[in-house]
Design a protein around this ligand. Sequence first.
Ligand code: MTE
Length: 301
Amino acid sequence: MAYRWKSNLTERDVTPQSVYLNRRALLGGVAGLGLAGLAGQGRAQDGELVPNSWEDITTYNNFYEFGTGKGDPVKNAGQMTTSPWTVTIDGLVDRPGDYAFEDIMSRMTVEERIYRFRCVEAWSMVIPWNGFELSDLLEMAGVKSAAKYVAFETLYRPEEMPGVRFPVLDWPYVEGLRLDEALHPLTIMATGIYGRDLPNQNGAPLRLVVPWKYGFKSIKSVVRITLTDTQPPTSWNKSAPREYGFYSNVNPEVDHPRWSQATERRVGGGLFARNEPTLMMNGYAEEVASLYTGMDLAENF
Ligand code: MTE
């Protein structure tokens, strides 16, 4: 199975990475793990996803508010204050307001989701997130029937974010989903990785994760969620509309204007790792393809 959701947590779900991998090696045999490594870390032979290491996940990042280099966020994001943190939920909701992060957490059920993560730049990882379903948060605020879209906004705090001095994007970083995408049970707000709080460079204290879409849809360090009846603007679409559409579903058949999306390079795959084929909707087509019935996916890229 490519992911787990709504599953009962097993002991493995709360096992630290090192113990988890050791136990896998014991269970599957060291040779099995080695073979999986050679074939490209992450594609274990039994079809189970092997997560990337904590090191891979937390040191190779995109968080342009802290610089555009992959190593900039881990270097610079430590300055971001994440406590206190409030999320404003407004627009077409019954209970608009500024919700304290702790209050949100006390009302949400956190579970582990091991998801593939595919960046539009053609690298990928497998990440064991901890988080809760976005639909539960939206239910808390009460979505009005006129709402059709959900808009998200990242913190904008120039004194703590060296990257926003540069007009790489129109700050603050904004993203959006159609309401049915936002309510899909695969869509989560992540608050941790490997059972630990989300590090700043990964979007602390809470960030969106939409596993069937390119990584840039998974907006970090969210401070505002707005329910609207019109399609919201999104940062990468505003900056290069020909290259980044509103939907941005992972699709190996629709190339980026400047590179192929047919394959991906697994971060941490090692010297011998070959590019792997990219899967339609990042391997989640069975769950989400029906959201796009009747739509031309090349046109609505
Ligand atoms: N969110 C904000 N606010 N700023 C960003 O630059 N980068 C996006 C996305 N969310 C980004 C962001 C991109 S391009 C990717 S691939 C993922 O975050 C990277 O997430 P990760 O660093 O946790 O792997």
